[in-house]
Design a protein around this ligand. Structure first.
Ligand code: GLA
Length: 382
């Protein structure tokens, strides 16, 4: 991929530049908990984005997407926002840097490409944001700390792409470390690297290749439900509930008749999921993969029935995993399509993949895509 990017860069700009990269992510458990102040457990993967960048002596960015064969130019002012959604990620990162550090950027040329499948729940957009946040910080010697780089990516999603996401994806993409997952407390932002090499097991993603329209507005509505419930709790005897992380099931029961059935279900899922991350960490420390797996199935059930971010293709893949004796399986990421993440005993691996391929194809007319997981490094200069 690096050669390909370099070739296009030279073709467009008649020079070479510096290369930077960042990664997509998996998340073992802790879904939709980040914007609720809870815990997540992600790791960066060996699929990501690579960009070549070089200053161009103007006040404009000239950007080329190798994968889409699309080119655009834009300035740094708010009214210069490009029309193409891929370019808005780069523009948003520039704007967010300027908001924090002043007029510190100068025009640059860039070409980029990636191998994170789009819409598969592996955070291709966070990989793109993190690549540019990391690169521009390095090139312009801005000394922005790594958490702030992650927040620049998150703010790009909020302000330029319409998704009110949490911090997990950008955090994983910036902080990722080979062979390690990270347990992040999304309220205090404290985190711990966890070596992750489950002996006798493999982790594999099965991509339904389904991407649902309106996923971002559905995502934002989930977040609103969580905030509604926190508001109601604060007004009804629990003034300290800043996030659902601060609530428990008894508190939820106490306000049940003051919230909608839908909001009740959403909050129940989140409260249970925050606890599941902690349980999984304990189980991992004890080498108890059966418990890890059972928690993953519980997450799937919660995401499907209570949080309602699964779909029939993902539910089907989850059912097949259970039938094949897979230790743990669940929909991964925001949901509304994308992948399941599966923790599979090595001796069951081949059979599971074969059965999943055949049965899924019979039912939905296309094969699921299969991605073995390799936990890798996050943002870096190449
Ligand atoms: C998306 C968001 C994350 C997180 C997950 C669900 O990937 O970008 O912040 O909320 O969904 O866990």
């Amino acid at each position: 991929m690096q050669q390909e990017i370099k070739k296009h860069f030279v073709e467009h700009f008649q020079k070479e530049g510096q290369m930077y990269a960042s990664a997509g992510r998996i998340n073992l458990i802790g879904e939709h908990t980040d914007y609720n102040g809870g815990f997540v457990f992600p790791g960066a993967i060996d699929k990501g984005m690579i960009a070549m960048i070089s200053l161009n002596g103007t006040d404009k960015v000239r950007a080329y997407s190798v994968d889409l064969d699309d080119y655009t130019e834009f300035g740094f002012n708010e009214e210069d926002a490009p029309a193409q959604s891929w370019a808005r990620y780069i523009f948003g990162v520039c704007r967010e840097i300027i908001k924090r550090s002043g007029n510190v950027l100068k025009g640059f040329d860039t070409a980029f490409a990636g191998d994170v499948p789009l819409g598969a729940g592996m955070s291709s957009s966070a990989a793109l944001e993190s690549t540019y946040a990391f690169a521009l910080n390095d090139i312009f010697e801005l000394n922005i700390d790594k958490f702030e780089l992650a927040k620049i990516g998150q703010a790009t999603e909020h302000n330029y792409c319409g998704v009110k996401c949490g911090i997990m994806d950008q955090f994983a993409s910036i902080f990722g470390k080979e062979g390690h997952l990270m347990r992040l407390d999304c309220r205090s932002m404290e985190f711990e690297y966890f070596p992750f090499d489950p002996k006798g097991y493999k982790v594999v993603l099965l991509d339904s290749v389904v991407k649902h329209e309106l996923a971002s507005s559905a995502y934002n509505r989930r977040r609103e439900s969580c905030e509604n419930v926190c508001n109601v709790m604060r007004e009804n005897g629990y003034p300290k509930v800043e996030f659902l992380r601060d609530a428990n099931l008894d508190m939820l029961e106490a306000v049940k008749d003051k919230i909608t059935e839908e909001d009740y279900c959403r909050a129940k899922y989140v409260i249970e999921e925050v606890q599941r991350v902690l349980d999984v960490c304990d189980a991992l420390n004890a080498g108890d993969y059966e418990t890890v797996g059972e928690k993953m199935y519980q997450t799937h059930a919660g995401m499907s029935k209570l949080y309602e971010v699964s779909c029939q293709e993902l539910d089907f893949l989850n059912d097949i995993a259970r039938e094949c004796g897979v230790t743990g399986s669940r929909v991964m990421g925001g949901g509304f399509g994308g992948c399941t993440i599966n923790l599979v005993k090595e001796e069951l691996y081949e059979n599971f993949l074969n059965v999943a391929k055949v049965r899924f194809t019979e039912k939905f007319g296309h094969e699921p895509k299969i991605y073995p997981v390799v936990i890798s490094n996050g943002a870096r200069k190449l």
